[in-house]
Design a protein around this ligand. Sequence first.
Ligand SMILES: [Zn+2]
Length: 276
Amino acid sequence: MEPFQLQQATDVPYLTLNRWEQMDPTLVVGVSARRLQIDEDRLCDNYALHVQDDPERVRQNRQQLVDELGFSLSAWTCGNQVHGVHIEQIGIGERGRGNKLLEDALPATDGLFTREQDILLTSFYADCVPLLFYSPDKEIIGVAHAGWKGSVAGIGTKMVNLLNEQGAKHEHLQVAIGPSIGACCYEVDELVMSPVREQLGSSCDTIATATEEGKWRLDLKKFNQELLVRAGVPQKNILCSSYCTSCDEKLFHSHRASGGKAGRIVVWIGKKGFSP
Ligand SMILES: [Zn+2]
């Protein structure tokens, strides 16, 4: 069953990860969806400041979303994503970094985690794989941006190790793999396949299918799932979205489907504080 559920009754459409929100009522976790009725403007529902868009409109979109989620924009925290594997722990001092200005985002950061409440960790996607982390025993939450580069460089494994160092036990760690490009729409060549094969060896057959000489259809979500299991996360603790961002371009932004002109969806995770 698809773990991300579309909420259509709101002005700002989004999907929530109900299973986790039921596990912990203070947890807010989800993915933005596109506003179907105004899709003639590709960027009307863009949440990222690093694409060519009016920054004021991006800030308005973020404000509308946090109003809907019951957070404040001052809790919105993000990194400047570079397809790397750098992960930052977010404390009170970093709360709000990048919420209004790209220059203020955590530099060259593709992963965020926090032990604090009232911080909304956010990251941005147009086909890349969102990885969400939740450790119920230690109350740590995290998010990592895993495109092909971040995936082969092991950002998921790195996050698991960092959370483990913080006391989060592997057997309790929950991971959700969000909507991203599916194998149906992700044809790659040897340059992309070679490092994947180096990581997985013979089990590569389960995540990639040869289409023609030198071409494969690669399942980036399954690839990350396999790496997470190898890093010690129990298979049963991993939820994986079946949404393909390229097939579902009406619901998500897709770099491939748009020919590189896409905006970005936002993925978030935060714990609501008890203060008003
Ligand atoms: Zn597809």
